[in-house]
Design a protein around this ligand. Structure first.
Ligand SMILES: Nc1ncnc2c1ncn2[C@@H]1O[C@@H]2COP(=O)(O)O[C@H]2[C@H]1O
Length: 366
């Protein structure tokens, strides 16, 4: 069947200044959220009709085939969504969503998604479809864009502004996360047909790009859930990551890329500038250090579940050692930006552990 297209009314161009984009986590101020009076507002009137008044409009009661919901995401409170196959990319009956945009709006979307891992690996058509379907949404400081327990309608990418995420457990609200420009949220309810797992509140006047659930499921869901599933059990077993929340490990999975090194291949060269952090998925690695006299010393090796490459990223120093594949080595890598953003909660542990290197090196030299 031919794919049809539905043209939505145009979102009005932005006159909003791009503010707060440089706020670091530490600069963000704690809000006093009032979840019950919090409201959301549409930036541009012409698109208002496209956002249902009630999220319930999107649903009916027919049961649907559901993927397994991961731990901690409002288990047991699943909602159902009909007329969506579990392999959305193969559904030829979908109607493409096209919301006309100015060139300036398209460019702003491209800038917002360029460093977002969920948008990596899209082909040209998928990329265009995503941009076509996105709708601009402006929120005011302290507005709740998502409320925990609500039904999921849209996935959001932050263009400008900042957001805090709260999870309520046993009546206690806990701040679990925050987002800035380029960040994205709201995927869980769409992926698992589950109620919203958290409340997301703007901590400054912000601009978001919203992607409807059908387009999200059709284009972004498969790759996202494939990667999260692929790395889930591995990341659970990496000792350095045990203190992280399951959701934090999922965000790491989004950002990971796997690479294979054959026996004897150099992964890290002493003295180089460091751009990546590595986790060993399988195999082993040799670690050696060349001293000032040019003599190479063997240091304790690395195995599955170990990490390396953090030192140069933590201290902005050249690589301290050589790392070489010993047999076939499979690693999962994180780029520097993702390392800083996603491993923030364990930076102190990484730094503390790195103190041991000096002792190890000193012992080897003696
Ligand atoms: N610790 C967390 N647990 C659950 N959701 C989170 C967490 N941190 C950020 N989020 C995001 O908050 C969103 C709330 O809506 P969703 O459940 O659709 O998707 C959720 C995630 O994108």
């Amino acid at each position: 069947m031919e794919q049809s297209e539905v043209i939505m009314s145009e979102a009005s161009p932005s006159e909003h200044s791009h503010c707060n984009s440089d706020l670091s986590d530490t600069e963000m101020k704690e809000p006093e959220p009032d979840f019950y009076s919090a409201r959301t507002s549409m930036a541009s009137t012409p698109t208002t009709d496209y956002f249902p008044d009630s999220e319930e409009e999107l649903y009916d009661d027919e049961p649907s085939e559901l993927p397994a919901i991961p731990i901690n995401y409002n288990r047991g409170r699943r909602t159902s969504v009909s007329a969506e196959s579990m392999a959305p990319s193969q559904d030829k009956d979908y109607v493409k969503v096209i919301i006309p945009k100015t060139q300036e709006q398209k460019e702003r979307i491209e800038t917002s998604i360029q460093n977002n891992f969920l948008f990596k690996n899209l082909d040209e058509e998928q990329y265009k479809d995503v941009i076509d379907a996105m709708v601009e949404k402006r929120v005011l400081n302290q507005e709740a864009i998502i409320k925990q327990g609500g039904i999921g309608d849209f996935f959001y990418v932050v263009e400008t502004g900042t957001f805090d995420v709260y999870v309520s457990k046993n009546g206690v609200q806990e701040k679990v996360h925050n987002y800035g420009p380029g960040g994205s949220f709201g995927e869980l309810a769409l992926m698992y047909n589950a109620p919203r797992a958290a409340t997301v509140i703007a901590t400054s006047d912000s601009v978001l790009w919203a992607l409807d659930r059908v387009t999200f499921r059709r284009i972004l869901m498969e790759n996202t859930s494939r990667k999260r599933k692929m790395y889930e059990s591995f990341l659970e077993e990496v000792p350095i990551l045990v203190s992280l929340e399951p959701y934090e490990r999922h965000k790491i999975a989004d950002a990971l890329e796997s690479a294979i090194y054959e026996n004897g291949q150099l992964v890290i060269k002493q003295g180089d500038i460091g751009n990546n952090f590595f986790l060993i998925e399988s195999g082993e690695a040799r670690v050696t250090k060349i001293d000032e006299g040019g003599i190479e010393h063997e240091l304790p090796g690395l195995k599955k579940g170990d990490y390396f490459g953090e030192l140069a990223l933590l201290n902005n120093k050249p690589r301290a050692v050589n790392i070489t594949a010993k047999g076939r080595l499979k690693v999962a890598t994180l780029g520097k930006k993702a390392f800083v953003r996603l491993l923030g909660p364990i930076v102190d542990i990484l730094k503390r552990n790195s103190d041991n290197y000096e002792t190890i090196t000193r012992n080897v030299h003696q």
